[in-house]
Design a protein around this ligand. Sequence first.
Ligand SMILES: [Mn+2]
Length: 269
Amino acid sequence: MSSEPTQRHFRAIFLSDIHLGTRGCQADMLLDFLKYHDAETIYLVGDIVDGWRLRRMWYWPQSHNDVVQKLMRKGRKGARIVYTPGNHDEFLRDFLGTHFGGIEVMEETIHETADGRRYLVIHGDRFDVVVRHARWLAFLGDWAYVTALNLNTGLNIMRRRLGLTYWSLSAWAKLKVKNAVNFIGKFEETLAGEAERQGVDGVICGHIHHAADHTEFGTHYINTGDWVESCTAVAEHHDGTFEIIRWAERAEQVPALATGEPRRAQAAA
Ligand SMILES: [Mn+2]
């Protein structure tokens, strides 16, 4: 039973781009993750609830409620929870500086690591030229993205039936498209630049659904990724070091973890 995961405790956990309220949201995967991971501080780095999508069509299954309940429970048990809204949950920007249900809402904040380094925590959409200057294009991009994700969901149901592991179409497509790579690079450079401008050691952001941890652009750039495709989180250990946790990959190694639906194990039978 060595593959059975153990409870891990961190100084901080950073999650973003969960997109609760959409079909693409991997809520079951996130519930598994939250079961095995705890932290003194949990940062919700934007696009946690997808207000854009919910406004058009109400989609709120039990598992999405469970995610909210689980986070609130961690708050009640003593974790500090900080929420920096993104573009999809921008309705929360009306509540900046307030607390609700023990959650602090801020546009951006500074996280200090155990070894005294300072990081700007921000969703990052403010630095995305598409979202800033052409909202209609952002909405169009959103529609194309949803279509790709729906295709992805169908594909993964088939793959699961065939006993294959989770595979992300849009993550693959995004990595293939040169423009997307340029977009990611540009975004990373801008955010790293903003950290420098603010005189801090680095930035922890989300928004582009692409987990990363590097110093290519001077300051330390960390992106939490997402819970739509890659199922990633960033954690700070008690000594101040950071780790990207790729939970979809972890869940594949432990079939029983995969939301109670044994994949490879069952396919072999
Ligand atoms: Mn966003």
